[in-house]
Design a protein. Structure first.
Length: 422
């Protein structure tokens, strides 16, 4: 076969293959266009029927949908708080041997948890495996599997499911840390919790005013969020107007920690939200628990109940501490009175003993002085008697000596005269 015939046959085969493929593509395109047209016509017909048949139902759905949305947000907030409180009880509850977590250990676990979250997810959102890994690594049970660890895993699942509202397989771990911090110390005031939420959820030196709703979401009910944001906008405008250089920074809506604190310290905000509410919750005058207006109006039921119970426990603890201090003070007073009584008795006994000693010493001194006088008198008598006897003996001896000398003198004179006469 010549080369020209071979090229002709090859070109025919290629053209036939290209034609077959183009026919198949045309048929597929035709069928896809038919399917799209079918579904579009079906949707338009069903929608037109729905509009024509139930316009009242559609308007009712439009009216009720925002309420359902708010109710869903409120229930989601309750689920978040309940799951975090359950996780807090599982992690920081009493152990089987009765040991409790100290404040240092709790703070250390929160620091380790923040570091683990930040290392795995620096962009605020963390996935489910990383979330469980970080919590298991920081809490008890990261190395040894026990029954309590199964409870921990169940609590982690409930936390993740409650925080992942949109089913994005990720949620904001900074918001979870704020919830956990709040559950560990709910006795703080609402202003302190707001500043803590700004520092932990915002995690920046400044945030935009539009992002303030993210910061206020844990501490404000969903049905009251719009009113609170309006009040915060007015407070921002007042603080902004009171600052210098308003013309230069008028377009800036940035919020710093100091600026947010100034907004909360405004007189209108202070009197409207942070003053004590008129209703005092507690048991009589013994255990009063005062709630501010922000907590009473904007906290949801779970959060408000947590704050009430924790503050009542703190009030009871303070009352018991005061009673214990008073008991100790009374005991110390009684011990002091008893010590004073004992000291007075000891002083009386010491005085009596001193007087008795003085009397014994006086009697001894008098006896000694009397004996000394008698002794001196006896010694004087003895001296006088010895002198008298001595003088008598000396006088006798002197008489004897004088007599002997006289005899010797006369005898010598006699012998001398005799010798001279001879």
């Amino acid at each position: 076969m010549s080369p020209d015939k071979r090229d002709a046959l090859a070109s025919r085969e290629v053209n036939s293959v290209i034609k077959e493929k183009s026919d198949i593509g045309y048929s597929q395109t035709f069928m896809s266009n038919k399917g799209e047209q079918y579904y579009r016509v079906r949707y338009e017909s069903e929608f037109s029927k729905f509009l024509s048949s139930s316009k009242s139902e559609l308007s009712k759905i439009h009216e009720e949908y925002p309420d359902d949305y708010v109710e869903r947000d409120v229930s989601a907030q309750d689920k978040m708080w309940r799951s975090v409180m359950h996780l807090q009880r599982v992690i920081f509850g009493k152990a089987e041997n009765g040991d409790q977590w100290s404040e240092y250990r709790r703070n250390k676990l929160l620091e380790d948890l923040h570091e683990n979250f930040f290392q795995l997810a620096t962009k605020r959102f963390i996935s489910r495996p990383n979330f469980e890994c970080c919590l298991l690594k920081a809490s008890r049970g990261s190395r040894h599997r026990t029954v309590k660890d199964e409870k921990l895993v169940i609590a982690l699942d409930s936390v993740y499911n409650s925080f992942d509202v949109l089913s994005n397989e990720a949620f904001d771990w900074r918001r979870f840390l704020f919830y956990l911090h709040f559950a560990l110390d709910p006795r703080k005031t609402a202003k302190e919790h707001l500043l803590s939420a700004f520092s932990k959820i915002g995690n920046k030196s400044c945030i935009d005013l539009q992002d303030l709703g993210v910061v206020l979401f844990p501490l404000v009910k969903a049905d009251a969020a719009k009113d609170v944001l309006c009040v915060m906008d007015e407070a921002w405008a007042q603080v902004k107007a009171s600052q210098q250089g308003i013309d230069e920074n008028l377009g800036s809506t940035k919020l710093t920690m100091n600026f947010f604190q100034q907004m909360l310290e405004l007189k209108g905000i202070q009197t409207s939200f942070f003053d004590q509410s008129k209703s005092a919750w507690g048991r009589g005058r013994t255990f009063p628990v005062y709630i501010c207006q922000w907590e009473e109006e904007f906290y949801n039921e779970t959060l408000l109940q947590l704050v009430k119970v924790s503050r009542r426990e703190a009030t009871i603890e303070d009352k018991l501490n005061r009673d214990n201090s008073r008991t100790k003070l009374n005991v110390w007073r009684q011990l002091l009175d008893f010590a004073r009584y004992q000291r007075s008795l000891r002083s009386i006994f010491n005085k009596i003993n001193d007087r008795m000693k003085l009397r014994r010493k006086a009697r001894g001194l008098m006896a000694f002085s009397h004996w000394t006088a008698n002794q001196h008198a006896a010694l004087e008598i003895q001296r006088v008697g010895r002198g008298f006897l001595g003088r008598m003996i000396a006088r006798n001896r002197w008489m004897i000596y004088s007599s002997a000398t006289m005899i010797q003198t006369h005898s010598r004179m006699y012998f001398a005269k005799r010798k001279l006469n001879e």
